[in-house]
Write a protein that binds this ligand. Structure first.
Ligand code: BGC
Length: 356
């Protein structure tokens, strides 16, 4: 059956901007919703092994939820498009051609996920489209020169496409008029159980890589690309998250769980996430070199989400495909520099299935 595209009002911002919720769906198979505030992924309804459709991503029932102070103060970026640069930059700065750019801190002393008003808080232009075998939305935002102290006017297009087989693709394209850095990602929090009171520790996780990036006490990569053998970051065969995350380990202690980037190799499938209780399975493919995995270590019931649930630590797992964090300051990491005339591109595909 051909996917269907629908839209409905989702709320109005304090400045009076009307926000629209767009839904891409195939009956009884998948329903993905996204909105033009933050080019945010808000809902993902999937069947369990009995055909029961449930929402499997954290979020809020309406725009008001996303704008509530208790949520905004927590810097959680639920479902958001994150940019210009995902993660942290050491010293809140980077240098291009001998000029150092100092970035404003937003989370305590840290410049995180694009700064005080990153792309997650912008209103994006939305262009819905339909083809013979897919439906989708392209979100567009023009980030002015100097926004959050980053150089260059950056134009960015984020496209969500649902194809006839039920695969969701998120693709990014960006250009600049001055040398700058860019490392966008999507920050969706998955819980395939469909019950956001439940921890994701019972999910089985697989990442097709031998290497991950250890972090320091500021949650920045140390620069080492370490082997996963003998560490809790060894998901080379599918393992329940609980089996790894509760080990006594200095790296887990630093982050309060997993909040680490995996160095991907060029494999067809880079990761899978499976919930044995419901049979729901997510299969991830990407062109990005890194996968930041974050087990929602800092959620602490401080705000109210969908259906009144207060999201707690481990209520979800984020799978953020991107360049390695702090790449701008780490010469050994693949570059996040974008030059005028170049086009930044990356694509991530989420496929979903149900195991009997
Ligand atoms: C980061 C975490 C951060 C979280 C929520 C993740 O991508 O790696 O350190 O707390 O996002 O903002």
């Amino acid at each position: 059956m051909n996917p269907k595209l629908e839209s409905q009002p989702f709320g109005i911002t304090a400045k009076g901007d009307e926000i629209t919720l767009f839904s891409l769906s195939i009956e009884n198979k998948i329903k993905v919703s996204v909105m033009n505030y933050g080019a945010t992924w808000t809902h993902l309804l999937l069947p369990d092994r009995n055909g029961k459709m449930e929402d499997t991503v954290l979020g809020f029932d309406d725009l008001e939820g996303y704008l509530q102070k208790d949520y905004q103060d927590n810097y959680c970026y639920i479902g958001s498009t994150v940019g210009r640069v995902a993660g942290r930059l050491s010293g809140n700065q980077f240098t291009i051609d001998d000029k150092t750019y100092h970035l404003p801190p937003n989370q305590a002393e840290t410049h995180l996920h694009g700064g005080i008003e990153g792309w997650d808080k912008k209103i994006w232009e939305a262009a819905p489209f339909e083809t013979d075998n897919s439906v989708g939305i392209t979100f567009y935002y023009k980030s002015p020169d100097g926004e959050e102290n980053y150089p260059g006017t950056v134009e960015i297009w984020v496209t969500y496409t649902l194809d006839i087989t039920g695969k969701l693709e998120i693709s990014y394209r960006a250009i600049t008029d001055k040398k700058t850095i860019i490392n966008p990602t999507n920050h969706t929090y998955f819980n395939l159980s469909g019950d956001f009171h439940q921890s994701i520790e019972d999910h089985e996780f697989f990442v097709d890589t031998d290497h991950y990036l250890p972090i320091n006490e500021n949650s920045l990569p140390t620069g080492e690309v370490a082997h996963v053998a003998g560490t809790p970051f060894d998901f080379r065969t599918p393992k329940p998250i609980s089996e790894q995350i509760n080990k006594k380990d200095e790296q887990l202690k630093l982050a309060g769980g997993i909040d680490h980037c995996f160095a991907l190799k060029e494999s067809e499938i880079c990761a899978t996430l499976y919930h044995p209780g419901t049979g729901r399975k997510l299969t991830l493919s990407t062109t990005s070199p890194g996968l930041q995995v974050y087990t929602s270590n800092y959620l602490n019931k401080s705000f109210i989400g969908k259906s009144g649930v207060r999201y707690d630590k481990r209520a979800a797992i984020c799978l953020e495909t991107q360049h390695y964090p702090d790449a701008a300051n780490q010469p050994k990491f693949s570059s996040t520099l974008l030059l005028p005339g170049e086009v930044f591109k990356s694509t991530t595909v989420f496929a979903f299935s149900v195991e009997k």
